[in-house]
Design a protein around this ligand. Structure first.
Ligand SMILES: [Mn+2]
Length: 609
């Protein structure tokens, strides 16, 4: 059985179910949203039940929906994720978070810094990890509670095991029935006198005993039990043979025994069956610092309950190793399956217990679901995505996706940027945008459409850019230029670095040469550094022993390139491209180094020899 939460929408008194598969535009009046819970049973019939939005969220409390763009994220990808996660949150999906699976590039960094928007959470990959499957808020037991109480918790909660923790929640050992049984076997071995740690206060708690006289109640001591079942003389003999400072004597209403125990100074006298003790006896016990407890149980029950009064930590299994939340499921599966409990605690860096992973957790759906933005092909998506349910895809690229197991919201429009689609969704859902969100979405549009110049730009992009520009007072041209310049390495990085970024070697022997390539938004920025660049090329040519070294600078707005070249004079004199300056040539309409430039350069080498 699985559950799907579907927003129920009231439009003009009509009720519309917003099925995940429905991608048509529906005007939504946000404050009338309700959540309807559909229970789909095995026969496929569904029985809708109304629940409050709050309880529906509670139900899915641990599920996290990641809104994530493609690998090597660009500005459109990052801002779409941020803005869409915010839209979903405003619409009541509190568990939607923006994520990214790559570094923020220079341009995106500029945009986010300028509007003080934090970058999405970085997630390296989504290959199944413990944290995506574990149960949170685990039940643990404090290390010093009586074993009996811990066993009650273990049994009532139907747990396979219980992590035993210290005052700071750090794992001490693990309680499970197997460890308990082994421990008990040691204590009740008829051939050995069982010694077990306990304290007066542990006994009081476990037995529900009435303290009459109490000494050193918190001190844990290695206890042994003596039951006064023999007739008096035999008992005396028995008791005389024991180490009394750590002895607990259990006895019913036998005054002779009570008196002898006090006189011989055993550590604790437990009077069973709720029998009372005389004032005289109490006084003597006080004088000799002996604790007296009255147990409501008969002697035999009191005896085994006393055994269970040990602090639970002494019964815990210390051989079981806990898991960490970043462990890959693939690596720990065997450890989990081979553990006695088939269930292990998950600890953080400080050994604090933060969750539990059981065999059964692995059969459930993971805690993560995905909303893909700005891509739809698995090859571009974060590694491991195939293990998770895709809730939605919002994109403007060609389709290259696999089938899904569930119906999903799929929005794909042939517009210039995903930011355009996200901004449209804010309008469709009538959710006002914060100025910061409007600003970064405008940046997303301008970045992807090369300031509305690219061939992919549509009227929708232009309208949305105008709209966002008026909301934010950011002039399109100026803001676009700021963004493009921010992505440009050329304006700020050292020349040697620019030349090395994308440098390729061609040819062989004394005809070998290098051509580096870099993209800019306007030629101006590179022409300002012309002398620098030519010096850098000269150094590069010398260092690599090349015939010449060249830099191809492509203006991605105008779709032209410039060639800077330094090296063999004879070779250079054969270049027929229009000259812009000494050693600088215009490559009109040439964008591809491999297909358009290299064949020509190779040809010139051949002709110049
Ligand atoms: Mn895009």
């Amino acid at each position: 059985m699985f559950r799907v939460a579907v927003p129920l929408i009231y439009v003009d008194k009509e009720v519309l179910l917003f099925y995940p598969s429905c991608t048509s535009r529906i005007r939504i009046i946000p404050h009338t949203q309700r959540i309807i819970e559909m229970n789909a049973n095995n026969s496929g019939r569904t029985s809708p039940q109304f629940t409050s939005q709050r309880s529906a969220q509670h139900m899915d409390r641990e599920k996290k929906v990641l809104v994530i763009g493609h690998k090597n994220p660009d500005t459109d990808s990052i801002v779409s994720a941020i803005a869409y996660a915010e839209l979903k949150q405003i619409m009541g999906f509190a568990n939607c978070f923006a994520a990214r699976c790559g570094n923020v590039n220079l341009q995106t960094e500029y945009v986010l810094t300028r509007f003080e928007v934090p970058p999405p959470e970085f997630i390296n990959d989504l290959i199944p990890k413990v944290k995506y499957y574990m149960s949170h808020m685990p039940t643990t037991v404090p290390r010093d509670i009586p074993l009996w109480h811990a066993l009650e918790t273990l049994n009532k909660g139907n747990f396979k095991m219980l992590p035993i923790v210290d005052g700071e929640g750090r794992l001490q050992s693990i309680l499970h029935f197997n460890a308990f049984a082994q421990n008990m076997l040691k204590k009740i071995d008829p051939n050995r006198k069982g010694i077990f740690p306990t304290s007066v206060s542990h006994m009081v708690k476990t037995l529900g005993a009435q303290p009459v006289v109490i000494f050193e109640e918190e001190t844990i001591f290695p206890a042994q039990i003596v039951v006064a079942a023999y007739e008096f003389d035999a008992f005396k003999e028995h008791l005389d043979a024991m180490s009394l400072p750590n002895t607990i004597v259990l006895v019913g209403n036998r005054r002779d025994v009570h008196e002898y125990v006090i006189e011989r100074q055993a550590r604790v006298l437990v009077v069973t069956g709720g029998s009372s003790v005389s004032r005289e006896l109490k006084k003597r016990a006080e004088e000799k610092s002996i604790s007296i407890l009255i147990s409501p149980y008969d002697t035999s029950t009191t005896s085994w309950l006393t055994l269970y009064s040990s602090p639970v930590v002494h019964t815990g299994d210390t051989a079981l190793k806990p898991l960490r939340e970043d462990d890959y499921i693939g690596t720990i599966k065997t450890q989990l399956m081979e553990s006695v409990s088939r269930s292990l605690p998950v600890v953080d860096r400080n050994d604090k217990v933060i969750g539990i992973l059981s065999q059964s957790d692995l059969m459930r759906d993971p805690h993560i679901e995905i909303i893909m933005v700005d891509h739809n092909e698995r090859s571009q998506a974060i590694d491991g995505i195939e293990h998770y349910r895709i809730q939605e895809i919002i994109d403007h690229h060609r389709l290259g996706n696999d089938h899904t197991n569930h119906p999903i919201i799929f929005i794909n429009k042939p517009v210039g940027s995903t930011s355009t689609i996200i901004a449209t969704l804010f309008q469709d859902y009538r959710v006002p945008m914060r100025k910061e969100i409007a600003s970064i979405l405008l940046a997303g549009i301008l970045s992807d459409t090369l300031i509305l110049h690219s061939a992919t730009t549509t009227e929708t992009d232009r309208h949305m850019a105008e709209f966002l520009s008026s909301l934010t007072d950011l002039p399109i041209d100026m803001f676009g230029k700021n963004i493009m310049e921010a992505s440009s390495l050329v304006a700020r990085e050292p020349v040697d670095y620019i030349l090395s970024l994308d440098m390729k070697r061609f040819g062989e022997g004394k005809f070998a040469f290098t051509v580096s390539q870099v993209e800019v938004v306007t030629f101006k920025e590179i022409m300002d550094r012309k002398d620098d660049i030519l010096e850098g090329l000269e150094r590069l040519q010398g260092r690599t022993g090349s015939l010449f070294s060249a830099l191809m600078v492509t203006d991605i707005t105008e779709l032209d390139s410039i060639l800077f070249i330094k090296g063999d004079r004879f070779f250079i004199s054969h270049i027929r491209y229009p000259k812009m300056d000494e050693h600088v040539y215009l490559l009109k309409g040439i964008l591809s180094r491999k297909k358009q430039l290299i064949p020509i350069l190779t040809e010139i080498i051949r002709n110049s020899q």
